[in-house]
Structures are given as C-alpha cells and as structure tokens.
Design a protein around this ligand. Structure first.
Ligand code: FSO
Ligand code: SF4
Length: 523
C-alpha cells in the first residue's frame, strides 16, 4: 500500500506496509487505488464517448467519497463499487461504439516526479473532499451540473502526463468548484432545515436509552429523529454533527437532547463501555474496539467489516433496538469538554452573523473589535494540536474568534465572554460551513470597501483529511493570503510546490501561539 492523504500519515511521509496509521489495512488501500483507477477509466471513456450523465457522476462521487480517510474500511464494499464502475465504463463504451479505456494504474501518480505527484495528489484529494459535500447535497435533492461534470473532467486529466504549469491551475479549479459545491450544500441544508440559530448545547446525557450520531449528514439525522419519535430513545450528536442543533427543522425534535463527547479522535476512549448505539453517517470512523464494536452502525458510504450497515432503505430499526437493549445510563452523565466546560454554543452561520452585520461593522469602526480570527479546521491526535487551544485562550478581549469543523472541540467549551453584544467565540458550523465564513469575510470587505486580505482578519487553520484540502484550495482560489496551517504541513506537498504556495499566497506553518498572535496582530 501507499497512502499519504491525511495529516496523521506515518512519519509525516507515507503509510506503507500492512496498514495505515488510521487502521486502514493494505488490501483496502489497494482496493481504493483500484477503484480510483477504474473511475479514471470511466471518466476517460465518457470523455471519448462525449457522454455526461447523473449515473456517471453519482458513481464517481460515491467512489471519491469512499476513498476518504476514516470512511470505508470494507475491502469488499470498495471492490463492489469498483465493479459497478467497470460495468458502467463498458456500457458507456458499448453505447458509443468505442473501446473502453483500461483501468489507470494509480501507482503511476505515486511514482511520478515529486512536483507532479504533489499537484496530482492535491487535485485528487481535493476532489475527494468536494465529492463528500456533493454527496450530502445530493441526498437532499440538490445537484449542480458544473460541479458534477468537473469530477470526471478532472479525474480524466490525472491520467495525462501533466506539468506544473497545467496542474496548478487545475488544483485552483478544484478550489473554485468546491466553493460552488459548498454553496450548493449550504442551500441544501438551509433550504431543507432552515437557517441555523445560535443555540446552547448541553454535554450532559440524561438517563435512558440513547443513540449517538456522528458525521456530517443532516439527512440521516432527520430520518433518525423521525424514526425515534415515540420510542423513548434520545439522540445525541457527536463530532461534526454538533451544528445540527442549530437548524430549526432538526432542533424541534424534543428527543434531540445534546452532544456526546468531543472530536472524532477521542472516540475509542469516549465510546468504551457506553450503554448506547453509535451511528456513523460519514467520516470520521476509527476501527472500533471490541468492547463496543457491536454497538457501532454505519450508513451511506461508511463501512467497517463486522459492523451493521444500514442500507438504502434507511431503516434505523436495528440502531433503535440496540439502544433500547443497552438501556443508557441510570443517572445523568456528563462528558465535559477538554477545558472542563459542560455546554457549548453553535449556530453562528452567515444567516446570523450577517443579520447583525451593521453592529459588527460599527464595532470595528469604533475600535471595539480590533481583529477577527478564523481558527478552524479538523481535530486530530497529534499532540501539537493544543496550539489551537492555547492560541484561542491567548486572543485579546477586543478580538473575535470564528470557528468551524471539529477542530473547535479544542476550545468550544470555553466562555470567552462578549464583545459588542456578540459572543467572542462563534461556531459557524461544520467544515463545509467554511462557505459561511467566506460569505462573512466578503461582506465585511464590501462594508469596508477593501479586499478580504486587507481586513483585520487572520486564518489559523488545522487540517486532517481531504475536506480540509478542498477548503484550502478554495481559499487559495479566492486569493486569500497569509494562512497559518498546522499542526504539520501535508506530506504530499513537495518542497517545490510549497515554494509556490509560500511565494504566491504567503502560507506558513504555525509556530507558537504567542509568536503567531504577535505577528498577526502586527505587534
Ligand atoms: Fe472533522 Fe473528520 Fe469536518 Fe473532517 S470530522 S476531520 S474536516 O472529517 O470533515 O471537520
Ligand atoms: Fe495513512 Fe492517512 Fe492514508 Fe490512513 S488515510 S493510510 S493514516 S495517510
């Protein structure tokens, strides 16, 4: 196996040998590469045949999402999807009277010149992240032809020799398309479940049977809430599902009680011995410990051998049954945040922040707000990630901290007080709600008649997997400069490509909270 797509990659280089650091076995990694090679063949065959349709797009989106970190550990499921892709390739070729293009050998990318390998990896991993967002929008009935067609176009280009001059714009194009895809998902989520409202979420679990739902898919949560009505089973969010509490059409269910635990990398500790059922709708699934593996359920493209998978009929009966069998706690039970807090707030997406835009602009003009920090991105296991806690704790009282994605669990139980009638710490939502942060930044730039780079706004980002890659490409596409990135730089960014990113965008690795704060505040 060869895999270097995520931040926890072995030795900051690549996972090789029998299994990855994430627990992905070599045969699954190889099956994912074979699936990717088959998707590239489908994309090239479709291009030659001049065919574009939803069926091709859906297979490619499913395949890209399946290969993301911590999503699918089931080699049989991955191979079944590859077989379906091959059947489609043959059908497209037959209908057009051409020969199908043979499967592409992805090892050609892994063995390429390091800058070409780096840029093709940026494109492929970025596409995987964008595909996850397209998938979530699609289940809510939202799709966009520009986004859909780009997946196949870009995959087909990965099989071409490529040059730095051609691949850099392609990587930025991934960022552009991802912006459109996050907009689509924002429309899908708010159009279906309403505009998020500021909401305080308890971290206490009440006595009685309960289900913990993790991941990003609001549609799955909605179905689970419908099916748990009247059963006596409560539902708690976990990880990236936390912002669901802010959506009017989800929060109206009384059995949606609160949030369980912290970010994804703590699940082995936090799920151990808990008398509840766990439902994973997307990443980030870790190989479950034997002690709770029977209580883990997966759905959509998530899978783990031996865990019950809820299929397209979306009958969550087995999950509810498991929760009833386990019975939950006898007494209230609280898992505090990592700073000891017992509540957190969410729901400060663009709808809320822009509704008080005048207040925010006045506060900046009066000097009450000196600076905005977007401290956002993924959490992970690397020890250096306490940087983000320390950074937020050290931000001065006249600054605002916006956050999103699961990296916020490093500090979202802190009470940072208020500024100009607004909380100093505002959670804008899931990683895809980076779209909200961009909209707020653009609105502020318009209000001050300047560019986003001229605002008193700094981005201090943490990355872990491929959604962070596509969001980073979006920020670069928008020309955002001087992003601080940590806890380590991606292993797939070659020194040559890093030079380009530093030169053109001023990207820099995080250093220490004190030094970075002083630099960003111009002290
Ligand atoms: Fe976190 Fe995992 Fe949303 Fe990522 S849950 S690490 S950025 O999947 O997707 O933030
Ligand atoms: Fe290694 Fe990350 Fe790939 Fe897993 S997804 S095999 S941890 S690089």
């Amino acid at each position: 196996m060869f895999c270097f797509q995520c931040e926890q990659v072995a030795k900051c280089e690549a996972c090789t040998g029998g299994a990855g650091v994430c627990g992905k076995p070599a045969d699954v990694a190889d099956a994912q590469d074979a699936l990717t090679g088959a998707m590239i063949a489908l994309a090239r065959t479709a291009r030659e045949a001049g065919v574009k349709n939803d069926r091709i797009c859906d297979l490619i989106v499913d395949g890209l999402f399946t290969c993301m970190t911590n999503v699918n550990f089931d080699g049989q499921a991955v191979t079944a999807l590859k077989d379906a892709v091959r059947v489609e390739t043959a059908a497209v070729a037959a209908a057009a009277g051409i020969e199908p293009v043979s499967d592409y050998d992805v090892d050609q990318i892994w063995g390429d010149d390091e800058d070409i390998r780096s840029l093709k990896s940026l494109v492929l991993f970025g596409l995987r992240g964008t595909a996850a967002y397209a998938y979530h929008a699609r289940v809510l009935g939202y799709r966009d032809a520009t986004v859909d067609e780009f997946f196949a176009d870009a995959l087909a280009q990965l099989a071409e020799p490529g040059s730095v001059d051609a691949l850099l714009p392609l990587a930025l194009k991934v960022g552009e398309v991802n912006l459109g895809c996050m907009r689509l998902l924002d429309e899908a989520n708010t159009g279906t479940y309403g505009t998020p409202e500021p909401t305080t979420v308890a971290m206490e679990v009440e006595p009685g049977p309960f289900i913990v739902i993790s991941g990003h898919d609001l549609h799955d949560l909605k179905l689970l809430l419908e099916q748990t009505e009247g059963t006596g089973v409560s539902v708690y969010t976990h990880g990236e599902m936390l912002p669901a509490h802010a959506y009017p059409e989800l929060k109206k269910y009384p059995q949606l009680k609160g949030n369980f635990g912290t970010a994804w990398q703590n699940q082995k500790k936090e799920f151990d011995g808990v008398p509840a059922a766990f439902l994973f709708t997307t990443n980030c699934l870790m190989p479950p410990k034997e002690s709770y593996a029977d209580n883990v359920f997966t759905t959509e493209v998530v899978a783990f051998p031996g865990c019950t998978h809820i299929g397209p009929d979306k009958d969550f009966g087995p999950v509810i049954q498991k929760a009833l069998e386990l019975g939950g706690y006898d007494e209230p039970h609280t898992i505090p945040g990592i700073n000891g807090g017992t509540t957190m707030t969410t729901g400060f997406a663009q709808g809320t922040v822009l509704s008080v835009a005048d207040t925010v602009v006045d506060a900046v003009k009066s000097g009450a707000i000196k600076h905005f920090f977007l401290v956002a991105g993924c959490d992970g296991a690397r020890p250096g990630r306490n940087y983000y806690t320390d950074f937020v704790k050290a931000t001065p009282d006249d600054t605002v901290v916006l956050t999103l994605a699961c990296g916020k669990y490093r500090f979202n139980d802190l009470d940072l007080g208020e500024i100009g009638g607004l909380p100093r710490l505002m959670d804008m939502g899931q990683c895809n709600d980076a779209y909200s942060a961009i909209q707020v930044a653009v609105a502020l730039a318009e209000a001050f008649d300047c560019g986003v780079n001229d605002l008193p706004l700094s981005m201090v980002l943490s990355w872990y997997e491929q959604k962070a890659v596509c969001i980073l490409l979006t920020l670069l596409y928008l020309g955002i400069r001087n992003i601080k990135l940590g806890p380590t730089l991606p292993a797939f960014v070659s020194p040559g490509v890093l030079d380009v990113l530093v030169e053109n965008y001023g990207i820099a690795p995080i250093t220490t909270p004190e030094a970075d704060l002083a630099e960003l505040l111009g002290e």
